[in-house]
Write a protein that binds this ligand. Structure first.
Ligand code: AMP
Length: 212
């Protein structure tokens, strides 16, 4: 099964993807995580992506699509995956459709996590991540038990450069799923919308139901 998670930055795609992959066994593929790994490792791709990421802009399609297609060609993605943060536009969706069609597959579900702009600003501004395992915390809603340390692996907790308030607004404006992208999956009969303004468990349940 191939599943796409759609939603604005801060809708909880990463958090929910981790929960859903735990529940379904699907492979979690996040283009944001892939870019952050490349930035951390100082690769050529990371150097290129970092400028866009720090400004809250999308990395160019050519680069992003090539990275994603290379990743899904690996054997662990043969039977299914949950895409988190990809596609961000119709060109990326079409590239993914074509690659899957080439192996007789398609996107079975596109799950849209709906959250209002005001709620997003508050969430992103307070978000902190573990540098080692990527676990997500929120200074108000879901803080780690020990300040600055990850509950799961004791790694260091940090704030993403692009979660600073001045960048957050740009990301929300520029990175909302465009109507055409939502329409792409609606036309394919794959779209399901879930209210993302409820507590984490309720959203997870809603998404699992939508996956049936
Ligand atoms: P995310 O973790 O999904 O919020 O992504 C972090 C950053 O990585 C974004 O602000 C973009 O700069 C970049 N990025 C992630 N996924 C994509 C994508 N599908 N297309 C273009 N840029 C992306």
């Amino acid at each position: 099964m191939f599943v796409v998670l759609l939603g604005p930055p801060g809708a909880g795609k990463g958090t929910q993807a981790r929960r859903l992959t735990g529940a379904t066994g699907l492979l979690h593929l996040s283009t944001g995580d892939m870019f952050r790994e490349n930035v951390r490792d100082g690769t050529e791709l990371g150097v290129l992506a970092k400028g866009y990421m720090d400004r809250g802009e999308l990395v160019p399609d050519e680069v992003t699509i090539a990275m994603l297609l290379e990743r899904i060609a690996r054997p662990d993605a043969a039977d299914g995956a949950m895409f988190d943060g990809f596609p961000r536009n119709v060109a990326q969706a079409q590239a993914l459709d074509e690659a899957l069609a080439g192996r007789g597959a398609a996107i079975d579900r596109a799950l849209l996590i709906a959250v209002s702009d005001g709620e997003l600003e508050g969430r992103l501004g307070g978000r902190w991540l573990c540098r080692a395992c990527g676990a997500v915390y929120h200074e108000r809603n879901d803080p780690p038990k020990e300040a600055g340390r990850c509950d799961q692996c004791a790694g260091e907790i940090y704030q993403r450069d692009d979660d600073r308030p001045e960048v957050v607004r740009t990301r929300i404006e520029r990175q909302k799923p465009p109507a055409a992208l939502i329409g792409h999956y609606r036309d394919a009969g794959a779209l399901r919308e879930v209210d993302g303004e409820r507590d984490l468990d309720a959203v997870t349940d809603g998404l699992l139901e939508a996956l049936d």
